[in-house]
Design a protein around this ligand. Sequence first.
Ligand SMILES: [Mg+2]
Length: 190
Amino acid sequence: MRWTGCQRRGRPVDETGESVEISRTLRVDMFRPDLEAPTITGVSLDALWDRGLRGIIVDLDNTVCGYHSETLIPGVREWIVAAKARGFRVALLSNNFPERVAAIGARLDVPAVPNALKPLPGGFFIALRHLQTRRSETVVIGDQLFTDVLGAKLLGLQAVLTQPIVATDFPLTRVLRLMERVFFARAPRP
Ligand SMILES: [Mg+2]
């Protein structure tokens, strides 16, 4: 399967001004997270730091709060405070609408990028500009294989897959989760 259409509007550059490379080919390993965790609060900041990571891009729906919910999962605010105190830079990246994403970004005191169209690269580049971290030192944490993990891997970022915190999803997301189950049933896990 060929990846097309992500470099048509000029060549994006990273924080160093270098032209970035976007994978033009989908590979099976792009659907493999580097780490899996039950929730974001179960992700060890020390483990991320020890892997050389300094920037964290966090998904919103079903990662820090439920879809249609304004209630943050217990401990997520403290986890982000601790991450920033540790020296990480943190940003939210969501396919959801600006009002919701900005409101939760403000509550978590982190920059928030809405309408991201993950797994397409545009939103990830905006998040990277907020973070000012290199792609090699940036990790994406989210609950979806086909948006968070694939989007990360297309840009060479690391990825942590969390379990969705509630069963309710956007209708398109339900389709993607069905595809995830089929994919995991057929693809050998590392
Ligand atoms: Mg999500």
